[in-house]
Design a protein around this ligand. Structure first.
Ligand code: 3PG
Length: 403
C-alpha cells in the first residue's frame, strides 16, 4: 500500500522546511485573506508547538502578473490564523535567508520570500533535475526534514515542491493529508444519476483539461467566468475579448481557440452556456444583458446574469452529484456574486453529493453566509483537485508517497 510519512512520524525539535500554498487573490496590491491561510495555519501551529525551527516556503502569482508580489503580507495573515508569530525574510535561499534560518529558535516560524522569484523554481522539469538546482542544494542542508502541505500546487513540477523530497526526509503536512485522502476517494466514486460540473474561474486551460478528461463522467457542464465567455465567443457571440486594459481573454483565446471550438462542437449537448451576463453600468450598479443582444463588447462582464442562474439551478437540483471548479463571476464584489452564490445555494439545498474546489471559490461559501458543512468536501485546491478527479496523479504527491 502506498502512503505518506506524516507529521505523526516526525520527531519533535527538528529543523523543518515546509512548503505551503498561500497563492491568493490580490486586489490593488493587497493580499486577500482566504481559506488557504486558515487551513495551513493548522500545520504551522502543530509544527511550532512541536518545538521545530520552521522555515516556510510558498509562491504568489507568476512573473508578469499583477498577483506576483512579495510574501510579506502573507506572513501577517498567516500569523493571525495560526496564533503564532511568523517572521518574514525578503530572500529565499541567499545569505539573508540562510542567516535568518540559522537564527531560528525552537518554536520559531519564518516565511521565506516568494519561491517564484527564483529562476530555478518555475520551469517544469523532472524532479531529479529540480533536486540538482542551487535552490534545493543550498537550502536542504540547513534542515532535517521537509514537509509538503501544498496539495493545491502538487500538479506543478517546481523545485520547492518536487526537488526537496528527493534529497531529504519528506513528510506530508495536515492539509496535504486531508486533501489527498478526500480527493482520491471522490475520484473513485461512481454515480448512477446525473453528474453536473459548474466550471468557471480565470484559467481557460484548466477548464478545457477538465472537460476533456471528465467528458464521460460528467453529464452537464455549466459554464461561467472567463472560460464561459471564451466558449460564448466560440459559439459566435461578441464576447470573450479584451476591452480597455483587460488582458484576460485574447491571449487565452489564441492559445486555446482550436480546443475550445472542437470541445464545443463535439460536446454541445453536454455544455450549457450563459444566456445573459452582468456588468457595471454608468451609475456603478449591476446591469444585465442577454448575450444575443451584445453586438460589440465594450465593457467587462463580471458575472453571469439572473436568467442564466435560473437555467443552471434546475440542472443542479436534478443532479446526484455536483462538482464546482471556479467561480461564475467576480463574487468578491457582492453585485457580481449572483452566479456563484446562486449555484452554491442550489447545491446546498439539493440532496446531492457535492464538492467545491478552486482556490478562491471556497471563499464565497464563508463570504455569503453558507457553511462548509452543507457540502461533502470543500477543497482549497483548483488545478490539483481537477487533476485528482480525472484520476491523474500529482507529481508533488508522487514524490512523497512510499511503497
Ligand atoms: C493554485 O492557486 O491553484 C496553485 O497555487 C497553483 O498556481 P498556478 O496555477 O499559478 O501554478
Amino acid at each position: 500500500m502506498v502512503s505518506f510519512q506524516t507529521l505523526d512520524d516526525l520527531e519533535d525539535g527538528q529543523r523543518v522546511l515546509a512548503r505551503l500554498d498561500l497563492n491568493s487573490p490580490v486586489e490593488d496590491g493587497e493580499v486577500q485573506d482566504n481559506r488557504r491561510f486558515e487551513r495551513h495555519a493548522e500545520t504551522v501551529r502543530e509544527l511550532a508547538d512541536a518545538d521545530h525551527r520552521v522555515a516556510l516556503m510558498a509562491h504568489q502569482g507568476r512573473p508578469g502578473r499583477d498577483t506576483f508580489v512579495s510574501l510579506e503580507q502573507h506572513a501577517d495573515i498567516l500569523a493571525d490564523h495560526a496564533g503564532v508569530d511568523v517572521g518574514f525574510v525578503a530572500d529565499t535561499f541567499g545569505d539573508e535567508a540562510l542567516d535568518a534560518i540559522e537564527g531560528l529558535e525552537a518554536g520559531d516560524v519564518l516565511l521565506l520570500e516568494n519561491t517564484r522569484m527564483c529562476d530555478e523554481e518555475l520551469p517544469e522539469e523532472e524532479p531529479e533535475v529540480k533536486a540538482e538546482t542551487d535552490f534545493v542544494q543550498t537550502l536542504a542542508p540547513a534542515f532535517d526534514a521537509y514537509v509538503n502541505d501544498a496539495y493545491s500546487a502538487a500538479h506543478r513540477s517546481h523545485a520547492s515542491l518536487v526537488g526537496f523530497p528527493l534529497v531529504m526526509d519528506a513528510y506530508a503536512g495536515r492539509v496535504m493529508e486531508t486533501e489527498y485522502e478526500a480527493n482520491t476517494t471522490i475520484a473513485e466514486k461512481e454515480f448512477d444519476g446525473r453528474v453536473t460540473m459548474v466550471v468557471g474561474g480565470t484559467k481557460a486551460t484548466d477548464v478545457i483539461d477538465v472537460m476533456t478528461a471528465l467528458d464521460e463522467k460528467v453529464d452537464d457542464f455549466l459554464l461561467g467566468g472567463i472560460a464561459g465567455e471564451l466558449f460564448l465567443r466560440a459559439d459566435g457571440y461578441a464576447v470573450g475579448r479584451d476591452v480597455g486594459d483587460m488582458d484576460l481573454f485574447d491571449e487565452q483565446w489564441e492559445a486555446n481557440q482550436d480546443k475550445i471550438e472542437s470541445m464545443l462542437a463535439e460536446h454541445r449537448d453536454q455544455i450549457t452556456l450563459a444566456v445573459d451576463l452582468a456588468y457595471e453600468d454608468d451609475e456603478g450598479d449591476r446591469a444585465e444583458v442577454a448575450v444575443e443582444d451584445i453586438e460589440e463588447k465594450d465593457t467587462g462582464y463580471l458575472d453571469v446574469g439572473s436568467e442564466t442562474v435560473m437555467t443552471y439551478s434546475p440542472i443542479i437540483r436534478d443532479s446526484e452529484a455536483v462538482f464546482v471548479k471556479g467561480a461564475l463571476g467576480m463574487f468578491e464584489d457582492e453585485r457580481f456574486s449572483v452566479g456563484t452564490v446562486g449555484a452554491l445555494e442550489a447545491i446546498a439545498e439539493t440532496d446531492c453529493f457535492s464538492v467545491v474546489g478552486g482556490g478562491d471559490t471556497s471563499r464565497a461559501i464563508e463570504m455569503y453566509g453558507m457553511s462548509e458543512a452543507e457540502f461533502d468536501h470543500v477543497s482549497i485546491a483548483g488545478g490539483a483537485y481537477i487533476r485528482a478527479l480525472t484520476g491523474e496523479s500529482l507529481v508533488g504527491v508522487d514524490v512523497l508517497l512510499q511503497d
